[in-house]
Write a protein that binds this ligand. Structure first.
Ligand code: RTP
Length: 147
């Protein structure tokens, strides 16, 4: 079982896609462990995207993710990291298959709606960064149906 960090970026929030995206994760069978709605500053965004510092698109990426509120979430379930990435689709929406979030809702790599952790290690780091207060432990009764 894994936990992954998923963030709906400002374009996803502004376009009213929050409910649809949450529904996709719920319907898949993943369990929501934490959620917050917040606007991050440049320093925080640079920490989140530290691995990309130096990329030509870095400043534009920081402008984008700090331009409005985002929805930060932790989702739990079997294979949540890899399956979550598959549900997002490829980074470039043109390469994302229909049926994925980016494949269905995005056309521009610079406005690709959603972020998802790319490994178990990244998920742990990102969850610690975004939820330093920790996550309330709870067990959904959906466990009994899904597993
Ligand atoms: P994310 O971290 O947001 O889930 O995206 P990712 O792993 O699929 O892709 P990554 O290479 O980590 O890039 C992070 C975000 O930077 C923006 N980007 N813009 N203009 C460009 O060529 C370009 N390339 C990447 C995207 O918003 C991408 O999601």
């Amino acid at each position: 079982m894994e936990t992954t960090f998923i963030m709906i970026k400002p374009d996803g929030v502004q376009r009213g896609l929050v409910g649809k995206i949450i529904s996709r994760f719920e319907e898949k069978g993943f369990i929501l462990k934490a959620l917050k709605f917040l606007q991050i500053d440049r320093s925080f965004a640079s920490q989140h995207y530290a691995d990309l510092a130096g990329k030509p698109f870095f400043d534009g990426l920081i402008d984008y993710v700090t331009s409005g509120p985002v929805v930060a979430m932790v989702w739990y379930g079997r294979g949540a990291v890899l399956t979550g990435r598959k549900m997002l689709g490829a980074t470039k929406p043109a390469d994302s298959n229909p049926g994925t979030i980016r494949g269905d809702y995005a056309v521009d790599v610079g406005r690709n709606v959603i972020h998802g952790s790319d490994s178990v290690e990244s998920a742990q780091k990102e969850i610690a960064l975004w939820f330093p207060e920790g996550i309330t432990e709870w067990r959904s009764c959906a466990h009994d149906w899904i597993y």
